[in-house]
Design a protein around this ligand. Structure first.
Ligand code: F6P
Length: 326
Protein backbone atom coordinates (compact mmCIF):
# COMPACT_ATOMS: atom_id res chain seq x y z
CA UNK A 1 0.00 0.00 0.00
CA UNK A 2 1.44 3.39 -1.00
CA UNK A 3 1.96 5.75 1.92
CA UNK A 4 1.28 9.48 2.21
CA UNK A 5 1.83 11.88 5.12
CA UNK A 6 0.58 15.31 6.11
CA UNK A 7 1.96 18.01 8.42
CA UNK A 8 1.14 21.56 9.50
CA UNK A 9 3.87 24.20 9.62
CA UNK A 10 3.88 27.79 10.93
CA UNK A 11 0.86 29.58 12.42
CA UNK A 12 -2.13 27.28 12.79
CA UNK A 13 -5.43 28.19 11.12
CA UNK A 14 -9.05 27.15 11.50
CA UNK A 15 -9.51 24.83 8.55
CA UNK A 16 -6.55 22.60 9.28
CA UNK A 17 -8.69 20.05 11.13
CA UNK A 18 -11.23 19.76 8.28
CA UNK A 19 -8.21 19.31 5.97
CA UNK A 20 -6.90 16.47 8.16
CA UNK A 21 -10.29 14.79 8.08
CA UNK A 22 -10.50 14.93 4.30
CA UNK A 23 -6.88 13.80 4.05
CA UNK A 24 -7.50 10.59 5.99
CA UNK A 25 -10.81 9.82 4.33
CA UNK A 26 -9.63 10.52 0.78
CA UNK A 27 -6.36 8.61 1.28
CA UNK A 28 -8.33 5.46 2.11
CA UNK A 29 -10.62 6.06 -0.88
CA UNK A 30 -7.50 6.19 -3.07
CA UNK A 31 -6.03 3.04 -1.51
CA UNK A 32 -3.26 4.93 0.30
CA UNK A 33 -2.11 4.55 3.91
CA UNK A 34 -2.29 8.01 5.54
CA UNK A 35 0.20 9.19 8.17
CA UNK A 36 0.19 12.20 10.49
CA UNK A 37 3.42 14.05 11.25
CA UNK A 38 2.98 15.79 14.61
CA UNK A 39 4.53 19.21 15.39
CA UNK A 40 5.44 20.22 11.84
CA UNK A 41 9.02 19.87 10.65
CA UNK A 42 10.10 19.38 14.27
CA UNK A 43 8.11 16.15 14.36
CA UNK A 44 9.55 15.10 11.03
CA UNK A 45 13.04 15.41 12.53
CA UNK A 46 12.08 13.82 15.87
CA UNK A 47 10.18 10.97 14.24
CA UNK A 48 6.72 11.80 15.56
CA UNK A 49 5.03 10.13 12.57
CA UNK A 50 2.00 7.93 13.11
CA UNK A 51 -0.51 6.01 11.01
CA UNK A 52 -3.83 7.86 10.79
CA UNK A 53 -7.23 6.17 11.02
CA UNK A 54 -10.85 7.20 10.62
CA UNK A 55 -11.34 7.41 14.37
CA UNK A 56 -8.49 9.95 14.61
CA UNK A 57 -10.49 12.46 12.62
CA UNK A 58 -13.98 11.88 13.87
CA UNK A 59 -15.46 14.97 15.51
CA UNK A 60 -12.66 17.34 14.51
CA UNK A 61 -14.31 19.13 11.58
CA UNK A 62 -15.78 21.80 13.85
CA UNK A 63 -12.60 22.47 15.79
CA UNK A 64 -10.10 25.25 15.11
CA UNK A 65 -6.35 24.73 15.38
CA UNK A 66 -4.84 21.46 14.30
CA UNK A 67 -5.07 18.08 15.96
CA UNK A 68 -1.53 17.22 14.84
CA UNK A 69 -0.18 20.55 16.10
CA UNK A 70 2.10 22.93 14.23
CA UNK A 71 5.54 24.42 14.81
CA UNK A 72 8.10 26.82 13.40
CA UNK A 73 11.31 24.88 12.99
CA UNK A 74 14.76 26.46 12.95
CA UNK A 75 16.39 23.04 12.73
CA UNK A 76 14.73 22.20 9.40
CA UNK A 77 16.79 25.01 7.82
CA UNK A 78 19.88 22.87 8.39
CA UNK A 79 20.71 20.14 5.87
CA UNK A 80 21.80 17.70 8.59
CA UNK A 81 18.36 17.80 10.24
CA UNK A 82 16.60 17.55 6.89
CA UNK A 83 18.60 14.36 6.24
CA UNK A 84 17.31 12.89 9.52
CA UNK A 85 13.76 13.90 8.56
CA UNK A 86 14.10 12.23 5.14
CA UNK A 87 15.38 9.05 6.75
CA UNK A 88 12.38 8.97 9.11
CA UNK A 89 9.99 9.07 6.18
CA UNK A 90 11.95 6.62 4.03
CA UNK A 91 12.22 3.94 6.67
CA UNK A 92 8.41 3.90 6.78
CA UNK A 93 8.17 3.88 3.00
CA UNK A 94 6.47 7.30 2.86
CA UNK A 95 7.22 9.01 -0.46
CA UNK A 96 4.55 11.71 -0.58
CA UNK A 97 3.84 14.58 1.76
CA UNK A 98 1.19 17.30 1.99
CA UNK A 99 2.26 20.47 3.82
CA UNK A 100 -0.22 23.00 5.22
CA UNK A 101 1.73 26.20 5.75
CA UNK A 102 3.17 29.36 4.26
CA UNK A 103 5.72 30.19 1.58
CA UNK A 104 8.66 29.87 3.98
CA UNK A 105 7.56 26.33 4.79
CA UNK A 106 7.22 25.51 1.09
CA UNK A 107 10.70 26.83 0.35
CA UNK A 108 12.10 24.50 3.03
CA UNK A 109 10.14 21.64 1.50
CA UNK A 110 11.54 22.31 -1.93
CA UNK A 111 15.09 21.92 -0.63
CA UNK A 112 13.99 18.80 1.17
CA UNK A 113 12.50 17.39 -2.04
CA UNK A 114 15.66 17.98 -4.06
CA UNK A 115 17.79 16.32 -1.38
CA UNK A 116 15.52 13.38 -0.60
CA UNK A 117 13.36 12.77 -3.67
CA UNK A 118 10.23 12.89 -1.49
CA UNK A 119 7.37 14.47 -3.40
CA UNK A 120 5.27 17.15 -1.79
CA UNK A 121 2.35 19.48 -2.42
CA UNK A 122 1.86 22.68 -0.41
CA UNK A 123 -1.52 24.05 0.64
CA UNK A 124 -1.40 27.81 1.40
CA UNK A 125 -2.58 28.17 4.99
CA UNK A 126 -2.29 31.39 6.97
CA UNK A 127 -4.73 33.88 8.44
CA UNK A 128 -2.47 36.63 7.05
CA UNK A 129 -3.53 35.71 3.49
CA UNK A 130 -0.14 36.94 2.35
CA UNK A 131 1.12 34.20 0.04
CA UNK A 132 2.01 35.29 -3.47
CA UNK A 133 0.23 33.39 -6.27
CA UNK A 134 -3.04 32.62 -4.49
CA UNK A 135 -6.05 34.84 -3.81
CA UNK A 136 -7.04 32.84 -0.75
CA UNK A 137 -5.21 30.99 2.00
CA UNK A 138 -6.91 28.43 4.21
CA UNK A 139 -8.15 29.95 7.49
CA UNK A 140 -8.54 33.57 6.45
CA UNK A 141 -12.33 33.41 6.23
CA UNK A 142 -12.67 32.20 9.83
CA UNK A 143 -10.24 34.87 11.04
CA UNK A 144 -12.23 37.57 9.21
CA UNK A 145 -15.46 36.36 10.78
CA UNK A 146 -13.92 36.38 14.25
CA UNK A 147 -12.73 39.95 13.70
CA UNK A 148 -16.18 40.91 12.39
CA UNK A 149 -17.87 39.56 15.54
CA UNK A 150 -15.35 41.35 17.76
CA UNK A 151 -15.76 44.69 15.97
CA UNK A 152 -19.56 44.42 16.06
CA UNK A 153 -19.39 43.76 19.81
CA UNK A 154 -16.95 46.61 20.39
CA UNK A 155 -19.20 49.02 18.50
CA UNK A 156 -21.99 48.23 20.99
CA UNK A 157 -19.91 49.30 23.96
CA UNK A 158 -18.17 52.14 22.09
CA UNK A 159 -21.48 53.79 21.23
CA UNK A 160 -22.80 53.30 24.76
CA UNK A 161 -19.88 55.23 26.23
CA UNK A 162 -19.01 57.77 23.52
CA UNK A 163 -15.61 56.24 22.95
CA UNK A 164 -13.18 55.59 20.15
CA UNK A 165 -11.93 52.03 19.84
CA UNK A 166 -8.59 51.42 18.20
CA UNK A 167 -8.56 47.76 17.21
CA UNK A 168 -5.39 46.00 16.14
CA UNK A 169 -5.62 42.97 13.84
CA UNK A 170 -2.94 40.40 13.06
CA UNK A 171 -1.44 39.92 9.61
CA UNK A 172 2.27 40.33 10.26
CA UNK A 173 3.43 42.76 7.50
CA UNK A 174 0.27 42.46 5.45
CA UNK A 175 -2.81 44.66 5.82
CA UNK A 176 -5.32 42.21 4.33
CA UNK A 177 -7.13 41.31 7.56
CA UNK A 178 -7.31 44.94 8.69
CA UNK A 179 -8.46 46.30 5.32
CA UNK A 180 -11.16 43.72 4.63
CA UNK A 181 -12.38 43.99 8.23
CA UNK A 182 -12.47 47.79 8.15
CA UNK A 183 -14.44 47.85 4.88
CA UNK A 184 -16.91 45.18 5.93
CA UNK A 185 -17.52 46.51 9.43
CA UNK A 186 -17.97 50.11 8.41
CA UNK A 187 -14.99 51.42 10.38
CA UNK A 188 -14.27 55.15 10.36
CA UNK A 189 -10.53 54.70 10.04
CA UNK A 190 -8.31 51.98 8.57
CA UNK A 191 -4.53 52.04 8.82
CA UNK A 192 -2.57 49.48 6.80
CA UNK A 193 0.93 49.55 5.31
CA UNK A 194 -0.40 49.28 1.74
CA UNK A 195 -2.38 52.55 1.99
CA UNK A 196 -0.25 55.24 3.61
CA UNK A 197 -2.58 57.66 5.36
CA UNK A 198 -1.80 60.62 7.61
CA UNK A 199 -4.59 60.01 10.11
CA UNK A 200 -4.18 63.47 11.65
CA UNK A 201 -5.86 64.75 8.46
CA UNK A 202 -9.14 63.30 9.73
CA UNK A 203 -9.27 65.96 12.44
CA UNK A 204 -11.57 68.51 10.82
CA UNK A 205 -13.94 65.89 9.47
CA UNK A 206 -14.17 63.95 12.73
CA UNK A 207 -14.75 67.17 14.69
CA UNK A 208 -17.61 67.98 12.38
CA UNK A 209 -19.02 64.46 12.78
CA UNK A 210 -18.89 64.84 16.57
CA UNK A 211 -20.76 68.17 16.31
CA UNK A 212 -23.35 66.39 14.21
CA UNK A 213 -23.91 63.74 16.88
CA UNK A 214 -21.42 60.96 16.23
CA UNK A 215 -21.00 59.05 19.46
CA UNK A 216 -18.27 56.50 18.67
CA UNK A 217 -15.35 55.81 16.33
CA UNK A 218 -13.94 52.50 15.18
CA UNK A 219 -10.36 52.55 13.92
CA UNK A 220 -8.90 49.28 12.60
CA UNK A 221 -5.14 49.14 12.51
CA UNK A 222 -2.83 46.48 11.13
CA UNK A 223 -0.28 45.06 13.58
CA UNK A 224 2.38 45.89 10.96
CA UNK A 225 2.15 49.58 11.89
CA UNK A 226 2.54 49.15 15.66
CA UNK A 227 0.82 52.48 16.32
CA UNK A 228 -2.36 51.76 18.30
CA UNK A 229 -1.14 53.75 21.32
CA UNK A 230 -0.31 56.77 19.17
CA UNK A 231 -3.70 56.68 17.40
CA UNK A 232 -5.58 56.22 20.65
CA UNK A 233 -3.79 59.20 22.22
CA UNK A 234 -4.62 61.28 19.14
CA UNK A 235 -8.35 60.65 19.66
CA UNK A 236 -8.03 61.78 23.26
CA UNK A 237 -5.78 64.82 22.85
CA UNK A 238 -6.88 66.16 19.46
CA UNK A 239 -10.59 65.27 19.52
CA UNK A 240 -11.22 65.11 23.24
CA UNK A 241 -12.78 61.70 22.66
CA UNK A 242 -12.16 59.00 25.24
CA UNK A 243 -10.38 56.07 23.64
CA UNK A 244 -9.62 52.40 24.29
CA UNK A 245 -7.26 49.99 22.56
CA UNK A 246 -8.18 46.38 21.78
CA UNK A 247 -5.48 44.03 20.54
CA UNK A 248 -7.40 41.10 19.10
CA UNK A 249 -4.29 38.90 19.19
CA UNK A 250 -4.40 35.14 18.93
CA UNK A 251 -8.17 34.95 19.29
CA UNK A 252 -8.07 35.57 15.52
CA UNK A 253 -6.28 32.27 14.98
CA UNK A 254 -8.79 29.96 16.64
CA UNK A 255 -12.48 29.19 16.62
CA UNK A 256 -14.99 27.07 14.81
CA UNK A 257 -14.01 27.00 11.10
CA UNK A 258 -16.50 28.69 8.76
CA UNK A 259 -18.35 26.71 6.11
CA UNK A 260 -16.15 28.33 3.47
CA UNK A 261 -12.88 27.32 5.15
CA UNK A 262 -14.17 23.79 5.70
CA UNK A 263 -15.20 23.39 2.07
CA UNK A 264 -11.96 24.91 0.80
CA UNK A 265 -10.01 22.54 3.06
CA UNK A 266 -11.77 19.60 1.41
CA UNK A 267 -11.08 20.95 -2.07
CA UNK A 268 -7.44 21.84 -1.40
CA UNK A 269 -6.71 18.35 -0.03
CA UNK A 270 -8.46 16.68 -2.96
CA UNK A 271 -6.43 18.66 -5.50
CA UNK A 272 -3.18 18.16 -3.58
CA UNK A 273 -3.60 14.41 -3.30
CA UNK A 274 -4.68 14.04 -6.92
CA UNK A 275 -1.67 16.13 -7.97
CA UNK A 276 0.70 13.87 -6.07
CA UNK A 277 -0.94 10.76 -7.51
CA UNK A 278 -0.61 12.21 -11.02
CA UNK A 279 3.14 12.52 -10.46
CA UNK A 280 3.59 16.14 -9.38
CA UNK A 281 6.63 16.30 -7.14
CA UNK A 282 7.04 19.86 -5.83
CA UNK A 283 4.11 22.18 -6.27
CA UNK A 284 1.67 24.38 -4.41
CA UNK A 285 -2.05 24.23 -5.04
CA UNK A 286 -3.31 27.79 -5.44
CA UNK A 287 -6.72 29.41 -5.84
CA UNK A 288 -7.17 32.25 -8.33
CA UNK A 289 -10.35 33.79 -9.67
CA UNK A 290 -12.44 30.82 -8.48
CA UNK A 291 -10.12 28.22 -10.02
CA UNK A 292 -7.54 25.88 -8.54
CA UNK A 293 -4.16 25.66 -10.22
CA UNK A 294 -0.77 24.18 -9.40
CA UNK A 295 2.18 26.54 -9.16
CA UNK A 296 5.89 26.00 -8.73
CA UNK A 297 7.61 27.06 -5.52
CA UNK A 298 9.41 29.80 -7.45
CA UNK A 299 6.13 31.21 -8.75
CA UNK A 300 4.87 31.34 -5.17
CA UNK A 301 7.93 32.19 -3.10
CA UNK A 302 10.17 34.26 -5.38
CA UNK A 303 7.90 37.29 -5.39
CA UNK A 304 6.48 39.09 -2.39
CA UNK A 305 2.75 39.08 -1.88
CA UNK A 306 0.90 42.18 -3.03
CA UNK A 307 -2.59 43.10 -1.92
CA UNK A 308 -5.16 42.86 -4.67
CA UNK A 309 -5.25 46.21 -6.50
CA UNK A 310 -9.06 46.34 -6.55
CA UNK A 311 -9.16 45.92 -2.78
CA UNK A 312 -6.50 48.58 -2.27
CA UNK A 313 -8.45 51.01 -4.48
CA UNK A 314 -11.62 50.31 -2.54
CA UNK A 315 -9.74 50.99 0.69
CA UNK A 316 -8.25 54.23 -0.67
CA UNK A 317 -11.66 55.42 -1.75
CA UNK A 318 -13.29 54.47 1.53
CA UNK A 319 -10.66 55.74 3.94
CA UNK A 320 -8.87 58.69 2.35
CA UNK A 321 -9.22 61.58 4.86
CA UNK A 322 -10.09 63.85 1.90
CA UNK A 323 -13.22 61.79 1.27
CA UNK A 324 -14.32 61.70 4.90
CA UNK A 325 -18.04 62.53 5.07
CA UNK A 326 -18.78 65.46 7.38
O1 F6P B 1 1.37 34.24 10.59
C1 F6P B 1 0.27 34.15 11.42
C2 F6P B 1 0.42 35.04 12.62
O2 F6P B 1 -0.73 34.87 13.42
C3 F6P B 1 0.65 36.53 12.32
O3 F6P B 1 -0.53 37.21 11.98
C4 F6P B 1 1.27 37.00 13.60
O4 F6P B 1 2.05 38.15 13.40
C5 F6P B 1 2.11 35.82 14.03
O5 F6P B 1 1.56 34.68 13.38
C6 F6P B 1 2.11 35.56 15.50
O6 F6P B 1 3.01 34.53 15.74
P1 F6P B 1 3.06 33.72 17.09
O7 F6P B 1 1.89 32.78 17.11
O8 F6P B 1 4.36 32.98 17.01
O9 F6P B 1 3.00 34.69 18.22
Amino acid sequence: MEKIAILCSGGDVSGMNPALKRFVEYAYVQGLQPYFVFDGYEGLIDNRIHEAHYHDVSGIVSRGGTKIRSARSARFKEASFRAIAAENLKKRGISKLIVLGGDGSFRGMERFHHESGIAFCGIPSTIDNDINGTDYCLGVDTALNIIKNAVDALRDTASSFRRAFVIETMGRNCGYLALVSAITSGAEMCLVPEIPIDYTEYKGCFESQIRNGRDYFIAIVSEALQNTKEVSEWFETELGFESRITLLGHVQRGGNPTVYDRLMAYKFITYAMNGLLEGRTNSVICYNKSHFNFKTIDEVALNPYRLDEELVNLGREQFAPSRCQM
